[in-house]
Unconditional design. Structure first.
Length: 249
């Protein structure tokens, strides 16, 4: 009896893998996975400003013009004397040059500086089989392992820490690679994978967990349950009958 149950689970699991493979084959939103070492070595892109960033504009000799603002969702901020100014996509140096030009029409010798108090995009997102999925602030250096630990670590026993997916967006395309955290957590030597702002870290469930979820959703919930056994004769006189047991357990 135990062997029959194991065989049935093996068949269901194999069918699940085939089903999952067919679904993934139709996905085109992500480029093929890149080599982990190459992706980890990518340089951090230039710092650009965006909605939600907190900026301080300080004047050396005119403190009454000082401003501390959050960049609006439309990418603009409003300053005294010059009104609205576009911030989205500019580096702090580019914004500084534009402010000097705009204020030169109102002030004889504008002398100002820009301080970035908080970057809204200096976050990564951690999802999947972790205890507290959500964004993680990265004020500086942050590894995949540190990000996962920041959200409470992987959920046992469902988290597959050997195949943690890191997704990175570059030039309108998404790239992914797999990072093995299981060996590191076991004390084995490994290289640190440094994250970049807006990376997405996904801790997948184990294959067994996926198979169980699929069986529960697509078989147990969709196939009508009853307390009967259907027998189909496959030989003369009903010899070698095959039964489909749908008895509730």
């Amino acid at each position: 009896m135990l062997s029959d149950k194991c065989d049935r689970k093996a068949v269901l699991f194999l069918f699940f893998l085939l089903f999952l493979g067919s679904c993934l084959a139709g996905c085109s939103f992500m480029e093929p996975a890149r080599d982990t070492a190459a992706m980890a070595a990518q340089p951090v892109p230039a710092l650009t400003l965006s909605a939600g960033d907190v900026l301080d504009v300080k004047f050396f000799y005119l403190p009454e013009l000082d401003e501390s603002q959050i960049v609006r969702p439309d990418g603009f901020m409003t300053l005294q004397l010059i009104g609205d100014i576009s911030v989205q996509g500019k580096t702090p140096a580019e914004l500084h040059r534009e402010l000097l030009k705009r204020y030169a029409t109102h002030l004889k010798n504008p002398n100002l500086t820009i301080m970035v108090r908080r970057m809204n995009d200096s976050r990564v997102w951690v999802a999947g089989e972790v205890k507290r999925p959500g964004p993680v602030q990265m004020p500086g250096r942050l590894t995949v392992l540190e990000a996962v630990m920041d959200v409470g670590g992987g959920t046992r026993p469902t988290a597959d820490l050997k195949n943690v997916l890191v997704v990175r967006q570059r030039e309108g395309r998404n790239y992914g690679c797999l990072v093995n955290l299981r060996d590191v957590l076991k004390g084995k030597e490994g290289h640190s994978f440094l994250l970049q702002p807006r990376d997405v870290v996904y801790v997948p469930p184990t294959f067994i967990t996926k198979a169980d979820d699929w069986v529960d959703q697509y078989l147990n919930k969709l196939v009508p349950q009853s307390r009967s056994v259907f027998l189909y004769p496959i030989g003369p006189g009903g010899a070698g009958q095959v039964g489909i047991d749908t008895t509730n357990r």
